[in-house]
Write a protein that binds this ligand. Sequence first.
Ligand code: F6P
Length: 554
Amino acid sequence: MAYHQHPLDVTTLPAWQALRQHREDMQQFSMRDAFAGDAKRFERFSMSTCGLFLDYSKNLISPQTRDLLVNLAREAGLEQAIEGLFNGEQLNASEGRPALHTALRRPIGDCVKVDGVNVMPDVHRVLHQMTDIVGRIHSNMWRGYSDKSITDVVNIGIGGSFLGPQLVSEALLPFTQHGVRCHYLANIDGSEFHELTAKLNAETTLFIVSSKSFSTLETLKNAQAARTWYLARGGTEEKLYRHFIAVTSNKEAAIAFGIREKNIFPMWDWVGGRYSLWSAIGLPIALAIGMSNFKELLSGAHSMDTHFRTTSFDKNMPVLLALLGVWYGNFWGAQSHAILPYDHYLRNITKHLQQLDMESNGKRVRQDGSPVSTDTGPVIWGGVGCNGQHAYHQLLHQGTQLIPADFIVPVVSYNPVADHHQWLYANCLSQSQALMLGKCRNEAEAELRANGLSEDEVQRLAPHKVIPGNRPSNTLVLERISPRRLGALVAMYEHKVFVQSVIWGINAFDQWGVELGKDLGKGVYQRLTAWDAAPADDASTQGLIEFFRGRHRG
Ligand code: F6P
């Protein structure tokens, strides 16, 4: 029987019980003391793979903690689960599908079967199809309705059909080829549509309607608006095919929309939306950076897959980060996790990881429908450093919550300006240092006295100056962002999320909660627009509907 059909209650495992006891033993653990007492702590708790260096020494852990967490992973059946992931077991049990995003980055000679059929030839056929269109656009063979070359590509898509491609194409801006500019249109808010199209020329703009289901409201509405916009600016129905292509697993709906069959790139239901940037959903990435760089991205992800699949848990980067998350979420009461990239090019990674983690692990029942007995996925938040230091980092340092953080920083800048990069790197390191060291009462008092304050003032101000410290963080360092390293980084987080879902016994690949909002939205829309519609089920929603209708009456 596959492990996921009857997930264990993780809290009943011996390793869980041992961790509970260990947590009590760690109550007085001090990172300052741990560093002072172990000259090898940094070496002991750091590792590198696939171009990424991870320092996880600034955590509330001892070697014993790591051993116990690794035991937990073993007892929870992680080894079996990883094999199930790569071999195409139906890990997405509520939708009856495997989750085979790893197949998208495997070499052509590999064999990965879905329902007895090897999907690798299909995966590589689509890569060829992508190579063909990217080549035609970059060499100006593909032209708009007035025979001008394509200068701008607009990806119309939302969720996984937006966040991953946007992260990667913007992170790899230094690799841009042939001057194709990529834009993203996600929200149904007309202001977004207006602001974007105001900058574009219909003659030289290509729209990619990117939707696995081809039924997502925001995407279809924006695609419809884009078509109207194109037709109003000299475009014709006859030449629509030069301006609209689609990526979808719902070919019929794309054809019904008016997209030529030849311009439709397939997707498969064994790839989840938030794991899809490696498929043709990544077409805007390939158009921005070229196909060889796109393949480098895939190969970086594949190298992380190999690391994840073959490395023992105590040296396995995604496994270690996942277990640290479990340690804080389930044993220290952490409710959220901050992602803090110190790199302009990685500024969108927090948004992508937010969807990846929260849509995957925001679950409350196990795979078999039984309620979980622990907390599951944390709130993922954060943003680019140094900006966050002048805003929300205050809560990380002195707030009442324990919030573990991942700092991500390149050693080299693509755009050196004076000594800015030295300062950026210094700020990143000093933030994790400040979180760890804090400032104790004695230090706060001594500092105030050194500033010549009276003893009364020292006592009045000292409590405000005390910073508890002992707050955990990981630091991920890379040379500088490249397609290969970015592929490895994103794949690493995918696997981290998966490992946690295995520990908790939940399905990381469905998202039923999101579906409820979509369904209710239709009813509210109907009540906003049809005067004779029955009132909403609750007075609050009805009151707000009437507020809108009152403003739009007549
Ligand atoms: O909103 C939920 C969701 O289903 C995401 O999981 C998905 O990435 C997004 O909508 C877009 O879906 P589609 O690609 O089918 O338009």
